[in-house]
Design a protein around this ligand. Structure first.
Ligand code: KIV
Ligand code: NA
Length: 279
């Protein structure tokens, strides 16, 4: 498979081919996503919750993100890779944002970065894009600001709310983003915004009128313990957690009953050597 680049993504968008994006947070999850042929792999800060067990994405540190980015980069051969700037690593100034974006490239081995926010992020995006690092915007529901919204709330449900999302989208396009994630916005609003833009939109909980889709890998593969609350927009395509549970329980049972390891899992020694050894 050929390496996906920004021109490849532009070409897909021009040709009306949906762009597929999924998160990965380590070597195996990136390896399987790349093998499945997705176009873009995002090391999302959602790894705070799904891989590190934190309450909130805003808890994850820059150094922690970079460690995960490097492991994803090692496994990814063809997909375009994007690292998610964590809360606190980019909001203070355009200079801070640029410094962090450069760390994602050099230390994280990512090809592009994503950051959350609308018009207020324009100077930072211009600065990052200005040195040739592709930036993916993220508007609508931006989880790093969930406490401002009062939780994971759908955005752009009112005329004013929808106008805000549209204005943010246009500002980010103007600032030089190569694409925008639109999260948790009514389908008709996201579709209209997509029509008004010349760059692709990647929807998550934003309906089928976006230029592409993104999901959190552990959610869509069902790789989480029973009881985790998953958003309405997630379609669960697998049941990886149950399959892992089944395998590990079978292993436990076979060890307890001495069925495992069987002769085929065992190394032998020439009989003579063994006899000399026990003497
Ligand atoms: O952190 C993340 O996984 C994300 C995607 C859901 C867009 O930001
Ligand atoms: Na994120």
């Amino acid at each position: 498979r050929k390496q996906v680049t920004i021109p490849t993504l532009k070409k897909m968008h021009r040709g009306g081919e949906p762009i597929t994006m999924i998160t990965a947070h380590d070597f195996p999850s990136a390896h399987v996503a790349d093998a499945a042929g997705v176009d873009v792999i995002l090391v999302g800060d959602s790894l705070a919750m799904v891989a590190l067990g934190m309450e909130d994405t805003s808890e994850v540190l820059l150094e922690e993100m970079l460690l995960h980015c490097r492991s994803v980069a090692r496994a990814t051969k063809a997909a375009f890779t994007i690292g998610d700037l964590p809360m606190g690593s980019y909001e203070i100034s355009p200079t801070q944002a640029l410094e962090t974006a450069i760390r994602f490239k050099k230390d994280g081995r990512m090809q592009g970065v994503k950051l959350e926010g609308g018009q207020e992020m324009v100077p930072s995006i211009e600065k990052i894009v200005g040195v040739g690092i592709p930036v993916l915007g993220h508007i609508g529901l931006t989880p790093q600001r969930q406490h401002m919204f009062g939780g994971f709330r759908v955005q752009g449900k009112t005329k004013d709310g929808a106008e805000k999302v549209l204005e943010d989208a246009l500002a980010l396009q103007e600032a030089g983003c190569f694409a925008l994630v639109i999260e948790a916005v009514p389908a008709e609003v996201a579709a209209l915004i997509t029509q008004k833009l010349s760059i692709p939109t990647i929807g998550i909980g934003a309906g089928n009128g976006c230029s592409g889709q993104v999901l959190v890998q552990v959610d869509m593969t069902g790789n989480f313990p029973p009881g985790r609350r998953i958003p309405k927009f997630v379609k669960q395509y697998g049941n990886v957690w149950s399959e892992s549970l089944r395998a590990i329980e079978a292993y436990r049972d076979e060890v307890k009953s001495r069925q495992y390891p069987a002769p085929e899992h065992t190394y032998d020694m020439p009989k003579q050597e063994f006899e000399r050894f026990v003497e």
